[in-house]
Structures are given as structure tokens and as C-alpha cells.
Design a protein around this ligand. Structure first.
Ligand code: SF4
Ligand code: SF4
Length: 67
């Protein structure tokens, strides 16, 4: 089961901006990639602030098909 509505693609440069911008510290870098935890407030700052637009929202149908 996926635990986040977000995914990151190979354009990620591991800059850490998404980690720093999250107001509720819901993102950590793990193996140089962002990993979302379980208390997202859906502000979408991580998506908007990523300098290479590497963060996407996983389509709803895809989330439920993996449960
Ligand atoms: S802000 Fe974008 S490029 Fe930087 S670590 Fe997060 S996903 Fe990767
Ligand atoms: S949407 Fe907002 S609260 Fe959720 S992980 Fe991204 S920056 Fe954090």
C-alpha cells in the first residue's frame, strides 16, 4: 500500500528544498530521495518549490489499486 499521494521522478537532484519547505516536517531525505511521512497538510509547497518539478501527485486510481 502506498502511504503518500506523492512520488518523485529521476529529475530529483536531492537538493533538500522540499524537506526545508514543508511546514510540518513531513518529508525526509532517504537514500537521497524525498520520503513523505504520514501527516501531510496538503499545502503543496513541496510541489511548488521543487526547482526541477520532480514531484508529482499519484493518480487516485493508482493509489487505490495498490491497496
Ligand atoms: S525539491 Fe525537488 S529536486 Fe530537491 S530534493 Fe525535493 S524533489 Fe528532489
Ligand atoms: S504538501 Fe505541504 S505539508 Fe504535505 S508534504 Fe508537501 S510541503 Fe509538506
Amino acid at each position: 500500500m502506498k502511504t503518500s499521494i506523492f512520488c518523485v521522478n529521476d529529475d530529483c537532484t536531492s537538493c533538500g528544498t522540499c524537506v526545508d519547505t514543508c511546514p510540518v516536517k513531513n518529508i525526509a531525505l532517504m537514500d537521497s530521495r524525498p520520503a513523505w511521512q504520514h501527516h501531510c497538510e496538503l499545502c503543496f509547497s513541496c510541489i511548488r518549490r521543487c526547482p526541477v518539478a520532480a514531484i508529482q501527485i499519484i493518480p487516485r486510481a493508482e493509489i487505490f489499486s495498490s491497496v
